[in-house]
Design a protein. Structure first.
Length: 174
């Protein structure tokens, strides 16, 4: 598992905890987006990247942390990073548990579309995963096709248009 910029400042006891984090460990864990954003800002990283790191634990319904953002208030790049991090957390082996099969992770993401995650981005991720890209660059090409052209980090002109998202009618079976 790779470390995000803010996580490198966290104690190993938090990062490698074998079970659920206790209250004190959660307080520390919830500081990593701001720690990472400050570190990247100090290094002169692009402001959009810094904002994405700072907001990558915000959730579509406003239940995330630490800024209290919801829906399109969350920078688009942060929505993408949060979704990808959640997928990685589900499918990669972690000290706290085994990796979930990809089909189970896709089902969970589909169920959380419009609740925790940007529904349009979940739809695109599921479409790309269903296409099973195989070679270098295939994922980016499939993503552009699923999202109507642009980069996942580039805001689209019709980003907030609710008619652009059509919910999935069938969830993948494990």
């Amino acid at each position: 598992m790779g470390a995000s910029p803010g996580r490198i400042a966290l104690p190993d006891a938090v990062l490698g905890a074998p079970g659920r984090l206790d209250a004190a460990q959660w307080v520390l864990m919830r500081t990593h987006p701001e720690r990472g954003a400050r570190l990247l800002d100090d290094l002169g990283v692009d402001a959009q990247v810094v904002a994405a790191v700072r907001a990558h634990h915000e959730r579509w319904d406003g239940s995330g942390y630490a800024l209290g953002l919801r829906a399109t208030e969350i920078p688009r790049m942060a929505r993408l990073v949060g979704l990808c991090e959640a997928h990685d957390a589900m499918t990669a082996p972690r000290p706290a548990g085994r990796a979930k099969p990809p089909a189970v992770a896709r089902d969970e993401l589909a169920l959380e579309a419009g609740i925790l995650f940007d529904p349009e981005m979940v739809e695109a991720l599921l479409d790309v995963a269903a296409a099973a890209p195989r070679g270098p660059g295939d994922f980016a090409a499939a993503w552009r096709g699923a999202t109507g052209g642009g980069s996942p980090a580039t805001p689209g002109a019709d980003e907030g248009d609710p008619k652009r998202f059509v919910p999935r009618t069938q969830v993948d079976q494990p």
